[in-house]
Ligand binder design. Structure first.
Ligand code: AMP
Ligand code: ZN
Length: 499
């Protein structure tokens, strides 16, 4: 473990405070994140939430933790309305497009994976599906019924929120009080199978036309949406685990119900740290599939959309998202993205200089405090994964690199190595950025052309044609390319354009 791991603080949505992070089992972290409902293509808002947790996953691993990261696929049980009404989202899509529900699931799971790979997000350690855990969900319902916090009506099973709230408290995550919820509800209990409108489905009896159905002790039916996450998190991470994440909009009712279900079974709070990522907006409004106010990642990357002035590289889009803290709302706009793009390439230009920086001899003193700078990178991430502050520090690192390259700052070999290694670790391992492909290709082309010129100059010199060899060197110099003759041959470096 890195010593910096001792100083990680994260904001716990349950206590509404920043707390020191200590895992249940030393050296190991169990993290569960609610995954997508695969009835449609993921939009950039969904991606922001998953990328926020990719950063958490990567940084925990960077600190030296062994992380078991479970992110589910919701492939059944999520109804159109987040309460318990409407059609199953996947079944509806299947009906509208004359597909098998599992065809819908397959298509959009593949799309999700492709998009995540384009963003260079790491796959989770386990990616379980709701339909693969029906047996576990039924077992949990039996346990909840046994403890008296659920009841059966017409083959469906509902969680009895009022009964639960008599013994334990319902609403602690969202800060809602059950009495207020009851007072504010207009739904008439008499028209429903539920004793109380706040109760939620654990199992729903399927109507005859409902195609996604499984046998159970109560009816042929399907599990309620909240249940899958309790079943899968408990199965893979235990009755209590370290971190549970999701988008802010899942806090209520989804996560509140997860807490109630787990506490009804095990009497202990299931999650030690709840983390919620804030929303991505477009023109000031939440990005959502249902309202049409969204951009799909594919349309952003290809430029085929009416919101951006050109195609955007996935890494640039990810960099843009990380320039905001995960708990802040972020608005997606053309101008903000263009500014991020410039900044990203500025960082990448500095990275390209890293392998050719001159160092003063070992042991001589440096003109910049690289150790203090490195510490501020860790301080940023240890302060609730503050990526915008980290990125500001990386720009500072790029400034160091540029001034070392143009000779205006001296650093010794140890500090230079630390500077380059820290820049690479945070840019590529922690933020998971990738240098853009075109840049790489440009660099490869430049290298081939330079190898040719260096060879031509060498043979001119061998033929004592100094006029040609000097002309090559001088013309390159004018173009901002410096040749350096050393004992291992000739190398070249690019002059910093800002100098
Ligand atoms: P869903 O597929 O609707 O279950 O959502 C998958 C994840 O995306 C959940 O964690 C949501 O909270 C999150 N999400 C949905 N819309 C947005 C948005 N506009 N910005 C950020 N996250 C979102
Ligand atoms: Zn969930």
């Amino acid at each position: 473990m890195r010593p910096e791991a001792q100083r990680l603080h994260l904001y716990n949505s349950l206590t509404k405070e920043k707390e020191t992070f200590t895992p249940l089992n030393e050296g190991f972290v169990g993290m569960y994140v609610c995954g997508p409902t695969v009835y449609n293509n993921v939009h950039l808002g969904n991606c922001r939430t998953f990328l926020s947790f990719d950063l958490v996953y990567r940084y925990l691993q960077h600190l030296g933790y062994k992380v078991r990261y479970v992110r589910n696929i919701t492939d059944a049980g999520h109804l159109e309305n987040d309460a318990d009404s409407g059609e199953d989202r996947i079944a509806k899509k299947a009906r509208l497009e004359s597909l098998e529900p599992m065809e819908v699931v397959q298509r959009y799971t593949v799309d999700f994976h492709q998009v995540m790979a384009q963003f260079n997000a790491l796959p989770p350690s386990i990616e379980p599906t709701a339909t693969g855990h029906i047996i576990e969900q039924i077992a949990i319902i039996e346990q909840i019924l046994e403890s008296g916090y659920a009841y059966i009506t017409n083959g469906s099973v509902y969680f009895d929120v009022v009964r639960f709230n008599e013994d334990q408290s319902y609403g602690k995550l969202s800060g809602r009080k059950l009495e207020d919820m009851i007072a504010n509800t207009r739904e008439l209990a008499a028209q429903s199978e539920k004793k109380n409108p706040q109760d939620f489905a654990l199992w729903k009896k399927a109507e005859p036309r409902h195609i996604m159905r499984w046998p159970s002790p109560w009816s042929d039916g399907f599990p309620g949406w909240h249940l899958e996450c309790t079943a899968m998190s408990t199965k893979y991470l235990g009755e209590q685990f370290d971190i549970h994440g999701g988008g802010m909009d899942l806090k209520f009712p989804h996560h509140e119900c997860e807490i109630a279900q787990a506490e009804a079974c095990n009497k202990t709070s299931p999650v030690r740290f709840w983390m919620h990522a804030n929303m991505l907006t477009l023109n000031g409004k939440k990005m959502a599939k249902s309202t049409g106010n969204h951009i799909l990642p594919g349309a952003l990357f290809s430029g085929d959309n009416d919101k951006m002035s050109k195609a955007i590289n996935p890494t640039v889009a990810k960099f843009f998202m990380y320039q905001a803290h995960y708990r802040s709302i972020l608005d997606f706009s053309n101008d903000a993205l263009m500014a991020s793009e410039k900044g990203f390439y500025r960082l990448m230009d500095a990275v390209a200089l890293m392998d050719q920086l001159p160092a003063s001899p070992k042991g001589t003193s440096s003109e910049i405090d690289v150790t203090a700078w490195r510490q501020s990178c860790y301080d940023a991430m240890n302060d609730d994964f503050n990526s915008p502050i980290l990125i500001a520090q990386l720009f500072e690192g790029a400034k160091f690199i540029n001034t070392i390259a143009d000779g205006s700052t001296q650093v010794n070999q140890e500090d230079l190595a630390l500077l380059c290694q820290t820049m690479k670790a945070f840019l590529f391992d922690v933020l998971g950025l990738t240098p853009p492909q075109e840049g790489r290709q440009d660099h490869d082309h430049l290298k081939s052309a330079m190898d040719l010129l260096i060879d031509l100059r060498k043979s001119a010199r061998a033929n004592k044609d100094f006029a040609t060899s000097d002309a090559i060197r001088d013309r390159l110099q004018e173009a901002g390319i410096q040749l350096k003759d050393g004992k291992d041959g000739t190398s070249f470096s690019l002059k910093n354009p800002n100098s």
